[in-house]
Ligand binder design. Structure first.
Ligand code: ADP
Ligand code: MG
Length: 312
């Protein structure tokens, strides 16, 4: 039976040339680029709550880092280092090897070094803390949206929520299942877009809880409201077969990890160019208004879902 230190050495200790000191001491030592702010975020994935027990461990490794990368994308930050706290029911080497494969494949793509963590026995639980750097003059926050700004979203929404409904047996996605399940299990953090938006967008957030809920966070922080052209909200092609689910999945469904952001209207051409350069579609879906709440173009109040509340 491998011990805690064997598991760490075998699966998580990797060279970290951009850290002063990585895995192996009591703490990692990091040197931040002068003039940059350190952007720090933590997200936890809990078995039975964020994923079904039995989910492919490689995709869990991907997603546990991807959800944190998505937070840094929404700040316009460049990810640099991560720590990983894992609780495991048992020392399952095959599970850990697959988890680490998914984790490090994504880490390498975005230049993230794993510099520490904690490994303990317990109910399956993965927590990443991610450290990034951002130019203080260009950082993207939630509180900068102003009346008159345009509201944009990246990519297409609703695929992950459809996949969840499929896994719960509420519907059958048929041939579209593979692509939607990939969206749910292997989200693509929009880092290139986030960095292209830095200095351009007035506010940004990543869509983890659904467009209405997450836009609601921008509106609350900015003291504003929004009018959405609901017909313009880009939905996953799989939604076409389930028209009665478009509102629940594309407008209010979580786990897509696209970006929602606001910009002054004069920036529209620059935003289209940023989307092309980042390789992701960007769609204007509405405007910021002074009056609080989210309405459709006809003035109807959109159900202001609050997102998923673990304690409600
Ligand atoms: P301590 O008891 O001083 O907190 P640990 O024995 O928990 O240290 O961990 C030993 C070293 O391994 C530390 O450098 C720690 O950051 C690192 N480490 C532990 N678990 C992980 C993990 N899952 N991923 C990466 N590094 C880890
Ligand atoms: Mg410890």
């Amino acid at each position: 039976m491998p011990g805690e230190f064997d598991l760490i050495r075998r699966h998580f200790a990797r060279p970290a040339p951009n850290a002063v000191l990585g895995v192996g001491d009591d703490a990692a030592l990091l040197s931040v680029t002068p003039g940059r702010l350190l952007a720090v975020t933590s997200d936890m994935l809990v078995a039975g709550r964020h994923f079904f027990a039995g989910t492919d461990p490689e995709s869990i490794g991907h997603k546990t880092l991807a959800v944190n990368l998505s937070d840094l994308a929404a700040m316009g930050a460049r990810p640099r280092w991560a720590t990983l706290a894992v609780a495991l029911p048992e020392a399952d080497e095959a599970w850990l090897a697959a988890f680490a494969r998914g984790f490090f494949a994504l880490a390498e793509r975005f230049g993230v070094e794993l510099v520490g963590g904690d490994t303990t026995r317990g109910p399956l639980n993965l927590c990443v803390t991610l450290f990034g750097e951002v130019d203080p003059a260009r950082v993207l926050r939630r509180d900068g949206a102003r009346a008159g700004d345009d509201v944009w979203v990246s990519g297409q929404l609703g695929g992950a929520a459809l996949a969840l409904a499929h896994l719960r047996g509420e519907l059958d996605l048929g041939a579209a299942a593979g692509a939607c399940l990939h969206r749910l299990h292997c989200p693509e953090p929009r880092l290139a877009l986030g960095r292209a938006l830095a200095g351009l967008a007035s506010a940004a957030i990543d869509i983890s809880d659904g467009l209405l809920a997450d836009l609601g966070h921008i509106l609350e922080a900015s003291g504003a409201g929004a009018v959405l052209d609901t017909g313009a909200i880009p939905h996953d092609p799989a939604c076409a077969a389930f028209p009665d689910r478009i509102a629940a999945c594309a407008w209010a469904g979580g786990d897509d990890y696209e970006l929602c952001f606001t910009t002054p209207p004069a920036c529209a051409d620059a935003i289209m160019r940023a989307g092309r350069a980042a390789g992701v579609a960007v769609t204007r879906v509405g405007s910021i208004v002074a009056e609080p709440g989210i309405r459709d173009a006809r003035g109807g109040v959109l159900p202001h879902t609050r997102g998923y509340d673990h304690f409600a």
